[in-house]
Design a protein around this ligand. Sequence first.
Ligand code: UDP
Length: 474
Amino acid sequence: MREVSVGPVALDRFAQVLPRERVDHLREVALRTAQALSGHTVWNVSSTERGGGVAEMLQVLVGYGRGAGVDTRWFVIDGDDRFFAVTKRLHNLLHGFPGDRDHLDPADEEHYLEVLARNLDGWQGRVRPGDVVLLHDPQTAGMARALRERGAHVIWRCHIGSDRADACTARGWEFLRPFLEQVNACVFSRKEYAPTWLTAQVVVIAPSLDPFSAKNAPMTPASIRGALDRAGIIARADGDGNLAFVRRDGTAGMVRAHHGLLLDEEGPLPPDADVLLQVSRWDHLKDMAGVLTAVASHLDLFPDDVHLLLVGPDVRGVTDDPEGAQVLEECRQLRPALPSATRARVHLCCLPMDDVDENAHLVNALQRHAGVVAQKSLMEGFGLTVTEPMWKHRPLVASAVGGIVDQIEDGVSGVLLHDPRDLDRFAVLAAELLADPDRRSRMGAAAHERVLHHFLGDRHLMQYGELFTSLVAG
Ligand code: UDP
């Protein structure tokens, strides 16, 4: 178990984007929460500090918690390859996908609990009665009993879920059930994700983004151009380009020169390309391969300047996702069979993960540079990769699955693909949107408003604050 160090961040900065009464309300709830939790710690436990939505949110929410005067800490568990193979299996089952094996056996459970026991050893002694522990996702659920025995209020924060129940999801939940029977409360991103047998209090809290993080902070055209050119992703036609960005600890960063982020020795995209972008982890459920196939086989529908850019993390940097390398390789294998003119317009890109702030800044630049953003997931717990471009006034074409339908109002703040496996329809919807500049800017503006009203961190923090206060008050 290792601690991720996050410095305090003042809530006052929300005043830059929110109306005064919303900031005042946030301050009131923060004050009440800090009083209720005085002398106690809020512990977050997750499986990775980088890559994916959970890490993305903890990096900022922990900072705001500390800024609000609540002793908020974040620990990441250590696991071996076998542990993460088991938890990935569980992740797939909970999404209704059999993955590499459609069940978990007693040896899987034994190993899962053994690894968590090793993580608890030495660490659990720091948790005091009355503290609040947030266990994030299935990887950590098995720690619940030991922490309850220490007298902590244990919350299981589940960031995933499936719209449909089937034999796979049932097997996934069956594995987790004995652990979830130990917790005080379960938090889901959507109410549909909560299994009906839960006895703990169920709370629905949708995820959120932080408008000030390197991932979402405003960028000038010069800094977008500079970052993408320096990273070797999009060639810069003119201008100097600005390489500076602000790290989450407030210090200055500079985009480094990168070579080979675009795979298969491709050169950067032309500066005037109209980019259709999908940013995702390399996970089957994000269906990067489907996007590539759909666009490559219907390139004639798209305006001539459109290029597809599929971007994910360098797979060596995401330790809790053993399938990443395989999914990336599957996408890579699709390119050589394409005609060279098509290949020149569909690109795969891996972003370095050794510097999370630079990674965030590059994602920010890519999302702001994109003409249209895609998120053709087969399943999606929530989908921060939808929220982020919406905040940046980008129009999206995204699957009507999971949390994406809570974010995009079809035809208003984006376009929904009703059958996520329908590649032909996806290509038509994306091509139509790319060809219609007015619709793009109308949808981009509506998308930004939608995030402003529903998916910013103040709402998220207040919901957590209210939950913690009610638990501590008994
Ligand atoms: N992300 C990133 N770099 C990448 C790919 C993804 O920083 O190369 C981030 C992305 O911007 C988003 C998060 O990872 O903040 C993914 O969260 P989401 O909720 O979309 O999906 P998850 O990966 O948690 O299933």
